[in-house]
Design a protein around this ligand. Structure first.
Ligand code: ZN
Length: 66
């Protein structure tokens, strides 16, 4: 459907290795996410629930280490 380019897909988070956070072992997924623009390093823009919970967990871990 031409003209309909609204972003309806989940926006995933990227980890420091450039991998998709909810799919950290899949290089293919990371590449796809990059090409299709469905992953972001901006955690405020992430909408994927899996990535969000992983981000949240990571934040808590780094909080405890502080
Ligand atoms: Zn995700």
């Amino acid at each position: 459907m031409p003209g309909d380019r609204r972003q309806k897909r989940d926006l995933h988070a990227l980890d420091s290795d450039g991998m998709v956070l909810c799919n950290p072992r899949d290089r293919e997924a990371a590449h796809r996410a990059e090409v299709e623009g469905i992953a972001t390093a901006d955690r405020a823009a992430v909408t994927c629930p899996k990535c969000l919970s992983l981000l949240y967990k990571r934040e808590r871990v780094s909080d405890e280490r502080r």
